[in-house]
Ligand binder design. Sequence first.
Ligand code: DNO
Length: 351
Amino acid sequence: MNMKLSFRWYGEDDPVSLEYISQIPGMRSIVSAVYDCKPGEVWSEESLDRIKRNCEEHGLIFDVVESVPVHEDIKLGRGEVDTLLQNYCENIRRCAKAGVKCITYNFMPVFDWTRTQLDKAAPDGSTSLVMYWEQMKGLDPLHDDIHLPGWDSSYTQSEVRELIAAYGTLGEEGLWRNLERFLKTVVPVAEECGVKLAIHPDDPPYPIFGLPRIITCEENLDRMLSIVDSPSNCLCLCTGSLGCAKSNDVTAMVKKYAAMNRIAFMHIRNVKIMEDGSFEERAHLSSCGSLDIYEIVKSLTDAGYDGYVRPDHGRMIWGETGRPGYGLFDRALGAAYLNGLFEACEKRKEA
Ligand code: DNO
């Protein structure tokens, strides 16, 4: 198959072992990161080599990083931005030296993905991540001490307030300016090292608590890609993140950006969008959610996509416990399903 099948691994503390991952048919690459460092710091070459060696011992290749986090001060354009940007460039060089070909990151203010519950039970007893507007209503991070699941718990409540206020002042255009400065600094380094940078869309792709979010829709993806027109300035096209806004036509986006050769990494999962815009993460199968996974895979194979693919978040099934969204069982089912779709689409294309 042309696409490179990969799996996220959270390092040696991950309850899902590399041995188990290597037993999934067709598994090729490991998506991981150095976890013993704070955002903004330079990763040690020893830590990178250790991941590489661990993977090789299991017949896997460590060639995708998710993520090298972007320090808040880069996004806010304040403090020691120049040093932070230089550290980011150094991390790209070190990852490249360890064999990494693709680096994922995001430009979401303060929080990464947002959900209101991580273990919502479905009628069949499986659980998954959900975002219900009902549960969001009335929450105000400027006044309440809220800890939504998935949010970085290392911030104190007063730090969160200060950050939210700073982003309020910055606004969307300010965030675009800082993204531009970031891209113009790091993309040339990535290009030199043969690494593709892949921006992860905002999840969900609309403002949360008034925080600006810009990697949200086709118009903004176009704008992001045009800031630096380089084969190293790419997308990590996450179907579930973009797909939980009804206004996004994910299949059309996949077609367009795959044809432009600007997708480096595909996160594939399904979501069910509810009447009020709330959403539930579902099994990968098309019939389980609002996205047509077959059409998405077909669009990739039609475009000759040869980048990385990973089955994204799974449900918790068969009594498995562990990191919400990142258990072994349902992600392995997702991988098997994607293998089937890719094989069928590629063979039909050749026929
Ligand atoms: C969620 C992930 C994201 C992603 C980052 C990339 O499970 O897809 O947390 O890793 O946004 O920086």
